[in-house]
Design a protein around this ligand. Structure first.
Ligand SMILES: [Zn+2]
Length: 433
């Protein structure tokens, strides 16, 4: 009996009695168990005590954590009971989730590894596919989601959309500005999806929200206006700067493709024995394409973080393409406005809008219009010190998880993994508290 207690502890077989252990196959240890009396004869779905129905499909096995280098399974009878609510159903077993092929200890180990280590470490250590990890993480989260009231003390929210798959598949995500935790995520980006969140939050807690930040999407501001009557609506500074960064990058690509075209035309012309002005322009184009290598990182970087090489690159851009350099200065200017005290920011923003409108760059005059439309929420973000750091870092982490989660069968597995990693309640290793 003492030996059985060791197995009971080693495999975390709560609620089970170890009957015997088959160690004939060194590669597969079979631990035969039965539920303790208290947990026997219950419905697998609601756990209500129910009358025995039949033996079901006989004995079955659940994969559990390895014992040293050997695989291990838990084996037991899996009779069916007749529940008055759920009908004929396989009886509950205390060591595994209903319908699962792995033990709870195994599931929890997967959840811990998936939130702490890499995909390779998780799948190789546990000898399961990444898709199985996705399924396990989903059911683990489904069981734990109900246990915590994550939304209890939320006052300041950030709402965002994140693309998780090519072909315009999006998640709506809600982040707590104060803790930096991911609060909620769901597939879709439309008002119906966002309403689901506010339904979950409930009208009382909606009324307690003081600030809600979001990117510029109109449907978000419409829903927020409707559901959060007392909240100040703010722009997400990092999204606003992101608009400028996108415009700058677009301009960079246009500059390169124009130069490329010029170079190509000159090459064709040269073969045809063409005129020298075209050839000269073509050479300039080719030089520009060459020079633009590495320009992207210099242009997109914050000015205070530039390396010496990147500073040289920017100086070169200022000489060769003044428009592109002006676009860079506009992006940096916009970024700096968010660091100003609110009384200076209002004037600075006005000046910036005028500058962008009159800079002679189409992409930035449209951006000036967009910024004008969001002026109030941008200034609200500055006034209420809605720091973008937390939301931005959660955002970056979710993007990383969307890449890691590639291969999961459904977006719900991705959401489960993101919630477990970023929701502020990381799973603990089994047997450690
Ligand atoms: Zn039942």
């Amino acid at each position: 009996m003492r030996g059985n207690r060791v197995w009971h502890r080693a495999l975390g077989l709560m609620g089970a009695i170890v009957e015997d252990v088959d160690v004939n196959d060194p590669d597969l240890i079979v631990v035969r168990v039965r539920p303790v009396k208290r947990w026997a004869g219950r419905c697998g779905r609601c756990r209500r005590r129910s009358p025995w129905y039949d033996r079901g499909a006989g004995r079955r096995q659940w994969r559990t954590v390895d014992v040293g280098l050997s695989r291990a399974v838990v084996e037991a009878e899996a009779p069916r009971v007749s529940c008055r609510e759920h009908g004929v159903v396989v009886a509950h077993v205390p060591w595994a989730r209903h319908g699962a092929g792995h033990t709870l200890v195994f599931d929890r180990t997967v959840a811990w590894l998936a939130t702490q280590t890499s995909k390779t470490a998780t799948t190789q250590l546990l000898r399961i596919s990444w898709r199985t990890v996705g399924a396990i993480v989903s059911r683990y989260w489904a069981d734990h989601e109900r246990l915590q009231d994550r939304l209890r003390e939320v006052r300041r929210l950030g709402i965002d959309e994140i693309s998780y798959k090519r072909g315009h598949r999006f998640l709506t995500v809600v982040v707590d500005h104060d803790t930096g935790h991911l609060l909620w995520a769901a597939p879709g980006r439309d008002s119906a999806t966002l309403h689901q969140f506010f339904d979950l939050l409930g009208p009382d807690r909606c009324a307690l929200l003081t600030h809600v930040s979001a990117d510029g999407a109109t449907y978000i501001s419409t829903v927020v206006k409707q559901r959060c009557p007392n909240a100040v609506r703010c722009a997400d500074p990092f999204h606003v700067v992101g608009w400028a960064t996108d415009a700058l990058d677009k301009l960079r690509r246009i500059v390169i493709s124009t130069a490329r075209r010029q170079a190509r035309r000159a090459a064709v012309d040269r073969i045809a024995g063409g005129s020298s002005p075209v050839v000269t322009a073509g050479q300039a184009g080719a030089d520009l394409v060459k020079g633009m290598a590495g320009a992207r990182s210099a242009l997109l970087r914050n000015s205070e973080d530039l390396t010496e090489n990147q500073q040289v690159k920017l100086a070169w851009i200022a000489l060769t393409d003044p428009d592109l350099h002006r676009a860079y200065l506009l992006k940096e200017g916009l970024r700096l406005i968010f660091k100003l005290p609110v009384e200076q920011a209002a004037t600075a923003l006005e000046n910036w809008i005028t500058w962008a409108r009159t800079a002679g760059i189409g992409l930035f005059s449209s951006l000036a219009k967009r910024i004008t439309r969001h002026r109030a929420s941008i200034l609200a973000a500055i006034e209420h010190h809605m720091s973008n750091g937390r939301v931005e870092s959660v955002n970056a982490k979710i993007r990383l998880i969307t890449r890691v989660a590639f291969g999961f069968a459904s977006p719900h597995a991705l959401i489960a993994l993101a919630m477990l990693r970023l929701g502020g309640h990381r799973p603990a290793l089994p047997g450690r508290g």
